[in-house]
Design a protein around this ligand. Structure first.
Ligand SMILES: Cc1cc2nc3c(=O)[nH]c(=O)nc-3n(C[C@H](O)[C@H](O)[C@H](O)COP(=O)(O)O)c2cc1C
Length: 233
């Protein structure tokens, strides 16, 4: 059962036996300005039908994020309907997978102040929309309309027992590229073209969502490979 304890009812939160402490900046969740993190966004319709979906969240400053709603249906409709969301930080691959391939089971959800959140969250924040810009989307759901939505962050809670590090695709891209680099001339000798194409895609992702160290690492890997294989471009 959900309960809120602590001096003023908000400093410590216990949900499904997980202890959270209140924070006031996104940096407490290890979310930093200009970076894009892969999160699970929970929303609900005005009829209280809950939903969860993986959504990339761009950190604008300590209390604002931007999300692009262009490839989701329920999340988009719910956010347009009532402007409320919870951004959940989790590393559970099954939460990402089930919420992409279908719907999450009821037992994966908990509630924070009557709003759905992910039970497994290492940290989360409630947010509300303060600005919406229409954008043309690449597919034709919702009459080809997407939205770029700026949100103000309200309550932030972080796990008292786990370090909260949100997922970001850049570090994975660096590690994958390093593995490709090590195997390029033997295991992958016969398929270097394909691997190089993939590495360029990993580089694109990394340059888009990575921090300075990740971007620099990726450039070093690609430059070194080009130096060793003049035909690569
Ligand atoms: C890692 C990951 C990140 C995603 N980021 C976004 C995003 O930023 N915006 C978006 O519209 N869809 C995004 N998607 C796609 C939606 O999560 C996916 O289409 C989901 O099934 C939508 O669920 P819904 O219709 O219940 O909202 C992402 C998917 C994954 C796997």
């Amino acid at each position: 059962m959900d309960q809120i304890t602590g001096e003023n009812m908000v400093q410590e939160l216990i949900l499904s036996n997980k202890h959270y402490k209140k924070a006031d900046k996104l940096e407490s969740l290890n979310m930093f300005k200009g970076q894009l993190y892969e999160t699970i966004v929970t929303t609900q319709s005005n009829e209280h039908i809950k939903n969860a979906a993986p959504i990339g969240v761009i950190c604008k400053d300590s209390n604002h994020v931007v999300i692009h709603l262009d490839n989701c249906v329920h999340t988009h409709l719910n956010i347009m309907e009532n402007g409320e969301l919870i951004v959940n930080i989790t590393k559970n691959p099954l939460i990402f997978t089930h919420s992409t391939l279908g719907e999450l089971d009821d037992e994966c959800f908990d509630e924070f102040n009557g709003f759905p959140m992910i039970k497994d969250s290492l940290g989360f924040f409630k947010a509300h929309v303060i600005k919406t810009i229409e954008k043309k989307r690449e597919n034709d759901y919702n009459d080809g309309k997407g939205n770029v939505v700026t949100c103000e962050v309200e309550d932030i809670y972080i796990s008292e027992t786990h370090e909260v590090i949100p997922l970001n695709r850049a570090m994975n891209a660096v590690i994958e590229s390093l593995v490709y680099y090590c195997r390029f001339d033997h295991k992958y000798k016969e398929k270097q073209d394909m691997i190089w194409t993939h590495m360029k895609e990993l580089n694109r992702v990394c340059q888009k969502v990575g921090n300075e160290k990740e971007k620099r690492s990726m450039k070093l890997i690609l430059d070194k490979l080009k130096e060793n294989h003049e035909y690569l471009e």
